[in-house]
Design a protein around this ligand. Structure first.
Ligand SMILES: Cc1cc2nc3c(=O)[nH]c(=O)nc-3n(C[C@H](O)[C@H](O)[C@H](O)COP(=O)(O)O)c2cc1C
Length: 183
């Protein structure tokens, strides 16, 4: 079954890198579109990132990623950290072919939720063994936009230089090379 998943073609980015690609960002945003607005304000494609949007509805085509990415995820637990990760994001990460390329997570939320503020980032960081890079409220401030722009450029440079230790990364690269050989 996993080979079947591996054979899925990569999805098209919503915003394609305008310069040599340094890395990718995958994000989810519901109908309230806060995260979508934040992502649009970041203009990450101008900094060399491919940006992919996760589908909102089951009937939309699924997203398939075969490159290292940072996930940007809003929290949807209604105050319960155990339910913090949106169903659409869980579905995406439950596919091992997608999960093996996650390198970091950025979460958003609303401080009204107290202890559960941005809890989706804690859950995904712990489950996927990847760093929790940043969190922001609602659609973020101009300072958040700048921090994420600078932070992601540095993070992908560190990743490329082997300065970020992500368990399973070497295996993922090897698996991808093998897949490329088969095709
Ligand atoms: C039903 C619902 C549950 C939410 N639960 C949480 C929560 O547990 N923790 C949190 O920090 N924010 C929570 N939020 C706030 C959202 O994460 C926030 O509004 C976010 O910006 C939504 O992003 P989106 O508009 O891109 O979907 C919740 C929002 C809704 C509508």
């Amino acid at each position: 079954m996993s080979t079947e998943a591996n054979e899925q073609a990569s999805s098209e980015p919503e915003y394609a890198a305008q310069t040599k690609a340094i890395g990718s960002v995958v994000y989810f945003s519901s109908v309230s579109q806060n995260t979508a607005r934040f992502i649009a304000n970041c203009e990450l494609n101008k900094l060399g990132m491919n940006v992919y949007r996760l589908p909102l509805r089951r009937s939309d085509p699924a997203l398939h990623i075969h490159e290292p990415y940072v996930l940007v995820v809003p929290t949807y637990g209604g105050g319960n950290p155990k339910k913090a990760v949106p169903m659409q994001v869980k579905q995406f990460l439950n596919d091992p072919a997608n999960r093996m390329w996650i390198r970091g997570v950025i979460a958003s939320g609303n401080t009204n939720f107290g202890e559960a503020y941005c809890a989706a980032g804690d859950t995904i960081s712990a489950k996927c063994h990847i760093p929790y890079l940043y969190r922001f409220e609602l659609m973020g401030t101009p300072e958040d936009v700048q921090a994420v722009q600078r932070g992601l450029v540095k993070f992908f440079a560190d990743l490329e230089a082997g300065k970020v230790d992500v368990p399973g990364m070497q295996e993922a690269i090897k698996a991808n090379e093998q897949r490329a050989l088969v095709h």
